[in-house]
Design a protein around this ligand. Structure first.
Ligand SMILES: Cc1cc2nc3c(=O)[nH]c(=O)nc-3n(C[C@H](O)[C@H](O)[C@H](O)COP(=O)(O)OP(=O)(O)OC[C@H]3O[C@@H](n4cnc5c(N)ncnc54)[C@H](O)[C@@H]3O)c2cc1C
Ligand code: FES
Length: 263
């Protein structure tokens, strides 16, 4: 196996290990919860950064779980998470006043907007929480952008209240047509020319973004959500094949230029 990683670059000097209080943890969708954690100090969080959360204080599960930082507001950090297994089930049982062990901010490959081209943001499923902070930045910088969000059906759509709160328009696609347009979110790219694409979502969606971008010559950036164990470069559990060998999603990513990685 050829690893193109810099072994001296594993340690993130800005990474903090913090015990954070749960301010809110509630169901906001069929399988989705919103967890708000209390931040007692300023942390420089940029779009694309993620946090590792230990669901409990035992050795089961052993590892922290990775989550996109969906928003940071005053002293609150927002995480939206789907329940898929043991760790996220345990997280869903946490109550206001409980606390969790976290590591953040993690990731070096981040979302960087284009100042002259149209910025197209594409989200699939829970990937919407991987692009929300980026949408907030695009809005704050008054850049030219559009947001498209695809979900399986109406009941899987989350964060609409968040987008409404920040006055960010969002166009929705559902696979079954139960809300918004019927179809895949990548259909939004059909009639587009000369745009930068920023995407977060399931692998089939990201593969489609790669293929369309290659065909149309878009500069596109995809945020990967590979399973992770450490989150800061030492376990090699998150590697992805790239043009130059294997690279770590947690350190070299999670956002990559779409033609750089092979999904
Ligand atoms: C950078 C990054 C950001 C992420 N952001 C979010 C987020 O904002 N919200 C969110 O809900 N999830 C997010 N994820 C995915 C999240 O980390 C996993 O869903 C979580 O670790 C599952 O933990 P678990 O213990 O509940 O499931 P486990 O018991 O570990 O696994 C249950 C099942 O899910 C599969 N699985 C586990 N992790 C992943 C994964 N990363 N991708 C696909 N399948 C997986 C396993 O193979 C298994 O089949 C992110 C992942 C990464 C790497
Ligand atoms: S999760 Fe350990 S190296 Fe990336």
């Amino acid at each position: 196996m050829n690893f193109s990683l810099n072994v001296f670059n594993y340690y993130n000097i800005f990474m903090k290990d913090l015990r954070l209080k749960v301010l809110r943890n509630e169901r906001v969708g069929k399988h989705t919860y919103l967890m708000i954690l209390e931040l007692k100090e300023h942390i420089d969080i940029k779009p694309g950064h993620f946090v590792m959360i230990k669901p409990n204080d035992t050795f089961d599960p052993l590892n922290r779980r990775a989550f996109a930082i969906a928003d940071v507001e005053y002293d609150s950090l927002y995480i939206y998470y789907d329940i898929v297994g043991k760790g996220t089930s345990i997280m869903s049982s946490l109550k206001e006043g409980d606390s969790v062990d976290t590591l953040m901010p993690l990731g070096n490959g981040l979302f960087e907007p284009s100042v002259d081209k149209l910025n197209i943001v594409l989200a699939g499923g829970i990937g919407i929480s991987g692009v929300s902070l980026f949408c907030k930045l695009l809005k704050a910088k008054n850049l030219n952008f559009k947001v498209y969000y695809g979900a399986r059906s109406k009941e899987h759509i989350v964060m609409l209240d968040w987008f409404e709160k920040y006055g960010i328009p969002i166009e929705i696609y559902t696979d079954d047509g139960s809300f918004g347009k019927k179809g895949f979110v990548t259909d939004a790219l059909e009639n587009l020319e000369n745009a930068n694409i920023y995407a977060c979502g399931p692998t089939p969606m990201l593969k489609s973004v790669q293929a369309i971008s290659k065909q149309k010559g878009f500069d596109s950036y995809i945020s990967l959500e590979n399973p992770m164990a450490c989150g800061y470069g030492v376990c090699l559990g998150c590697v992805v094949k790239s043009k130059n060998g294997y690279i770590r999603t947690c350190v070299e990513g999670p956002v990559f230029k779409s033609d750089e990685v092979m999904l």
